[in-house]
Each structure stands twice: as structure tokens, then as C-alpha cells.
Design a protein around this ligand. Sequence first.
Ligand code: PDD
Length: 285
Amino acid sequence: MAIAYSNGTFIDLDEKVIPIDERGHQFGDGVYEVIRVYDGKPFMLKEHIERLIQSGKAIKLKIDENVETYEELIQEGISRSGLRNCDVYLQITRGIAPRNHLFPNAPVSITMTVKPAKEMPKENRENGVRAIFHPDERWAKCFIKSLNLLPNILAKQEAFEKGCFEAIMHKEGYVTEGTSSNVFIVKDGAIYTTPLTENILPGITRIAVKQLVNRLNIPFVEKNVTTTELLKADEVFITSTTAEVLPVVEVEGNTIGSGKVGAVTSTLYAAFQQVAKGETIHERH
Ligand code: PDD
């Protein structure tokens, strides 16, 4: 059963607990993580918690920097939910205090939900999805997983209204990332993706993909890709905790490669599934 947690107490999902004067609610003054649980086991949990702590430090949140604190909370949430395949959403804000832009003298506010995993429609996996291009209108610190997602949701909504799954954002002609995903292209057998800078979120699925391609002996290049290069790619795929490895077959009405799910993307998705289930990958000889 889906459950929630708010500052020390496990509660029902629909219980109303957040006061009006809460900074996540009023300012988006906080950070968050989304973690996928496969068969009772949170995937790359340490990496998610480490990123949460980094995000918190980057916005000067007074957070507990102990990885185990969050590990225990998340594990308890999962076990109380009784769910085997679920999504954990964990949020830390600058706390509850009368509205004032200056930092309050208040403890941080920690909330969490554990819900059944949002399954990707089968046709998206089998046929791939469509995407639009959208200018990256976000701020200069996109490496922080901040609650401020207005540019992301506006671009995602525009994609949806155009019958697309994702908006691929770009800055000065170069692809940055998706509204809630990292973007990769495949060209002549090699994979290219945006290097990690302050302009993008260091995706945890991106780390998993990097490890997988290494084991599968697929060349992997971290290099800025132009929107033109993306349209000329053999394959395009996006990654995220919830989308995993998802093929993109059309961008701005342009067919990518054959218009079908490519071989490299399929191989990677299969390998990812194995890792998520805790199986070992067969090395390519
Ligand atoms: N979003 N880039 C952005 C802007 C994101 O919001 C996300 C994830 C990613 C991929 O990161 P990861 O592989 O760690 O999930 C990249 C989550 C899923 C969300 O906001 O729901």
C-alpha cells in the first residue's frame, strides 16, 4: 500500500500535514530524490543519497550528512509499504517558518512517499517515443536536484500537448538534457552524451549506463552534441529512474535513424533490466 512520511511519523498518503508556512510549498526551497525499488531493493541507493546530500549542501540546507540516516528511513518506508516494486520520493526543505526570504532558524522538513512503481506503457518501450526540442530556460545550477521545476514542467507540458513524451532542452545550439531525463545519441556504434557540468543533473541512471557500456565494450564519449547532430544520429535514447533506458524515435517531427528502436538502445535496455534485477551482465567478447 502506498504510504507517506512527514518529519518523524509514517502517515497515510492523503493525510494533510504540511502547514501553509512551509518553505518547500512557498518558495520551492528544497531538494528531492526519486528512487526506484526493484523487488524490494532500492536501485543505486547510496548514489541517490549522496546526490541528495550534495544538492542539500549546494543550497546550504542544514541537513544530516549521514548516508545511513536516509538509508534507514527509506528502507523502513519500503518495508512498511509492503510494496516490492515502488517509487520512493524523498524531499528535504528548509523547514517551517513564517514566510521570509531569509533562511529561517528552523529544522529542515523531511517528507517521503512510497508508491507503486509507475510502469512505462509497453508501446513506449517497444516503439520508442517522440520528443520536441525546447530552449533550456533554467538557471545556472542545474546539477542541484532542486524543487524549482517550473521551466521543466512548462517544457514537458508543451511536449505532451504536441503528442510527445519528452522535451529535449538545448542551450546555444547544444543539447543539455531532457526535462526529467538525460539524453544520449548513438552514432556509428558509439554513444555520446552531454558532459557533467553545472548545466545538467548528474543522473543516477546515467552512471548505470556508463558502467554498462563499459562492460559491453561500447565506445562512450562525453561531449556536447548539437541539435543538428542529434537529428542525424542513428539512435537517440533518454535515461531516468522512472523511464530507465527509453528509445526516442522522432524529434521535432524528424525520424531518428530507421525510426525503430535501435540495436544499441535495445542491448542497453536489456542489460539495464538485468542489473536492476541484480543479475550479472554477460561480458561481450
Ligand atoms: N528526474 N535530468 C533531470 C532534469 C531530471 O529531473 C532527472 C530525473 C534526470 C535523470 O536522473 P536519474 O537517472 O537520477 O533519475 C535527469 C526524476 C526521475 C523526476 O524528477 O521525477
